[in-house]
Design a protein around this ligand. Structure first.
Ligand SMILES: C[S@@+](CC[C@H](N)C(=O)[O-])C[C@H]1O[C@@H](n2cnc3c(N)ncnc32)[C@H](O)[C@@H]1O
Length: 265
């Protein structure tokens, strides 16, 4: 993984090359609408308050839990006993991104949603509250963390998330055998080159023209940047949007010329 200083310089570079986030100079009507309707939507939704209340509770929770360190590990907490408050402070997508995913799900209305990496269930909650009619799967390897996520779903009254427990390397392929297609996928766990490319290759046959695939932390490390560049080149993809902390992939066929955007968010 990059050091904090390296990441900071990467972020400065991103800010320098990113479009201004207002859509000026964007020649794709779809991307212009994406910026206007989703990135720049400042409205507050009731679900935001509900989910952020749970995040706050988790940030105050001083209990320690045993966790198995899957994947790329943590920059902040390499040990296997962690306070829930520390997990809530360092492992979860900040509200800015959780709420963007909420708006994307509310806007595109995906019927099938998959998240790799539930953690405490904060982003899963955003995804599922945005479309209560969707079928949602969320995958988590650490049992104590998965227990907390399920208890948070209960508190929020969410009953349409199916938790898939265990190592993605063992659980993803069998799960995908039971699903015909996926409309919305958020890959947020095991941020390393080989697993990320492998997850993409497993997910690709389940993608349809309207599907949206999101990778977290695409600039977190050199190997994640290489994985992101490789995924972007795949011939099935028609459009990508790099928001620095997440990368969004579209398969829309009406996009005749493949385009990669970097947009300030
Ligand atoms: C960054 S956290 C997910 C945060 C969550 N998506 C959110 O924003 O609220 C990543 C989670 O993925 C889990 N994870 C990482 N690699 C995994 C693997 N190979 N199999 C199963 N779970 C894994 C970790 O235990 C961790 O809880």
């Amino acid at each position: 993984m990059y050091s904090a200083a390296q990441l900071f310089f990467k972020y400065l570079r991103y800010r320098f090359i990113a479009l201004n986030g207002k859509g000026h100079g964007t020649h794709s009507p779809f991307v212009y609408a994406f910026i206007k309707n989703l990135l720049n939507d400042q409205r507050s939704f009731y679900a935001y308050e509900q989910v952020e209340q749970i995040r706050l509770q988790m940030r105050k929770d001083q209990r320690s839990i045993q966790i198995e360190d899957f994947g790329a590990g943590s920059r902040v907490h390499p040990t296997s006993t962690r306070k829930i408050s520390a997990i809530a402070a360092s492992s979860l997508k900040p509200k800015k991104y959780g709420q963007l995913l909420f708006r994307m799900v509310a806007f595109f209305q995906p019927k099938t949603i998959l998240e790799l990496g539930t953690s405490l269930g904060i982003t899963s909650a955003y995804l599922s509250l945005a479309n209560p009619g969707a079928k949602v799967w969320s995958m988590e390897g650490a049992p104590a963390i998965a227990d907390l996520a399920e208890s948070n779903f209960k508190t929020l009254g969410i009953d349409h998330i199916q938790m898939v427990r265990g190592d993605f390397d063992k659980t993803l392929a069998p799960l995908l055998e039971t699903i015909e297609s996926l409309d919305f996928v958020f890959v947020d766990g095991n941020h390393r080159y080989a697993p990320t490319v492998n997850y993409f290759n497993l997910l690709k046959p389940k993608m349809r023209e309207h599907s949206i695939l999101i990778f977290d932390d695409i600039h977190w490390s050199q190997e994640m940047e290489v994985a992101w560049e490789e995924i972007k080149k795949d011939e099935s993809i028609s459009l990508t949007i790099d928001l620095f902390f997440i990368g969004i992939v579209f398969f829309r066929k009406e996009q005749l010329v493949k385009q990669d955007f970097t947009i300030h968010y």
